[in-house]
Design a binder for this molecule. Structure first.
Ligand code: NAP
Length: 302
C-alpha cells in the first residue's frame, strides 16, 4: 500500500495538514514520535491564537487532535529515521517499519537548545528544566533562575511568578526580543529581577541545584546567585536531521512559496522550516498550505 501523503510530526502544523489532507480525500498517515500536540503543549497560556483569547497549549492541542480524529486521520507512533527518495514513491523508514508514500510533509517542529554549560546535563531533572509549565510547581516558594530573553523565556518567567518567590532572568544583552506586551508585564512584575548583559557560566549544587555562577559581559564581574532551579529558554533547533533537503545554516528546511523543499514531493510546514514567525497561527496555516500543495503535486505526477 502506498499512501498519498505521510505527515511527520503531530504538532499544530502536522495536525492541520492532516485535517486538510483528509478533507481532500487523500490517503494520509501521520507519524508522531512521542505524543500529539508538540512543543506548544508546554505553554500554560496562549493569548494570540485567534478565536481563543485565553487557552492553554494543552487544551488547544487536545481540540486539534479531536478535530483530526473526526476525519479519521490515521496516526502512528514511531521515530522517523530516514526518507528514502525513490522519485514518485518515497519510503519513510521508522523505528516501527517502513511506509511507502507519494509525498511527505515534514512538520517536526523544534526542540529546546542546550547552552552547554557545566551542570546543565548533570542537573537536568534535578533542578534544571526546559518546561516551566511542567516543572514550575516543584519550585513553589523558591528562588529560580531563567536564561533567555525571547518569547518563551519571558512568558514562562511571568508564569513562574505565580508559584516561586523570585525569578532571576539572566540575559546576554540589555534588550529583550520577546513581544512588547510581555516585556511590559515582566518589567512591572515585582518577582522578576533582570540580570542584564550576563552569561550563565555554570550550575552548581550537590544533589540538586543550589546556585548559578553568572559573568557580566561588560565588567567581567562574576556573581553567585543562590537558586533552587534553573529554567533554560535559549532558543530552539529543528528536528530535521533525517531530512536530506536544502537547509539554512541552523538546520531549518528551506521552502518555496508552496512549502516545497528542494526534493520534489517533500514539503515542510511549521517551525521546522526557515520562516520569519514561529507561532501556532503560522504553523496551522503552513499545515493547510502544505497539504494543498501535496495534493497539487500528486495531481501533477498522475
Ligand atoms: P528565541 O526567540 O530564539 O529566543 C532565544 C533567546 O535565548 C534569545 O533571547 C537569545 O538571546 C537567547 N540565547 C540564544 N542563545 C544563547 C546563548 N548561547 N547564550 C545566552 N542566551 C542565548 O527562542 P524562543 O523564545 O524559544 O522562541 C522560539 C520561537 O517560538 C520564536 O519564533 C518565538 O517568537 C516563538 N514563540 C512565541 C511565543 C508567543 O507568541 N507568545 C511564545 C513562545 C515562543 P538574543 O536575544 O541575544 O539572541
Amino acid at each position: 500500500m502506498v499512501y498519498d501523503v505521510i505527515i511527520i510530526g503531530g504538532g499544530p502544523a502536522g495536525l492541520s495538514a492532516g485535517i486538510y489532507a483528509k478533507r481532500a480525500m487523500m490517503n494520509a498517515l501521520l507519524i508522531e514520535k512521542v505524543g500529539l500536540g508538540g512543543q506548544i503543549t508546554k505553554t500554560h497560556m496562549l493569548e494570540n491564537y485567534p478565536g481563543f483569547p485565553e487557552v492553554s497549549g494543552m487544551e488547544l492541542m487536545e481540540k486539534m487532535e479531536e478535530h483530526a480524529k473526526k476525519f479519521d486521520l490515521e496516526i502512528k507512533f514511531a521515530d522517523v529515521r530516514q526518507i528514502k527518495d525513490g522519485g514518485d514513491v518515497k519510503t519513510v523508514v521508522t523505528s516501527d517499519g517502513e511506509f511507502e508514500t507519494r509525498s511527505v510533509i515534514v512538520a517536526t517542529g523544534t526542540r529546546p537548545k542546550k547552552l552547554g554549560v557545566p551542570g546543565e546535563d548533570e542537573f537536568t531533572g534535578r533542578g534544571v528544566s526546559t518546561c516551566a509549565t511542567c516543572d514550575g510547581f516543584f519550585f513553589t516558594g523558591k528562588d529560580v533562575a531563567l536564561v533567555g530573553g525571547g518569547d518563551s523565556a519571558i512568558v514562562e518567567a511571568i508564569f513562574l511568578t505565580k508559584m516561586v518567590n523570585k525569578v532571576y532572568v539572566i540575559h546576554r544583552r540589555d534588550e529583550l526580543r520577546a513581544e512588547k506586551i510581555n516585556q511590559e508585564r515582566a518589567f512591572k512584575n515585582p518577582k522578576i529581577e533582570f540580570v542584564w548583559n550576563s552569561n550563565l557560566q555554570s550550575i552548581e549544587g550537590t544533589n540538586t541545584v543550589e546556585k548559578v555562577i553568572v559573568k557580566n559581559k561588560l565588567t567581567d564581574e562574576i556573581t553567585e546567585i543562590q537558586v533552587g532551579g534553573v529554567f533554560m529558554y535559549v532558543g530552539v533547533e529543528p528536528g530535521t536531521d533525517f531530512v536530506e533537503a536544502d537547509k539554512d545554516g541552523n538546520g531549518f528546511l528551506i521552502t518555496g512559496p508552496d512549502l516545497s523543499t528542494s526534493v520534489p514531493g517533500i514539503f515542510a510546514a511549521g517551525d521546522c522550516r526557515t520562516t520569519l514567525l514561529r507561532q501556532v497561527a503560522t504553523a496551522v496555516a503552513d499545515g493547510a498550505l502544505a497539504a494543498v500543495s501535496a495534493e497539487r503535486y500528486l495531481a501533477g505526477i498522475e
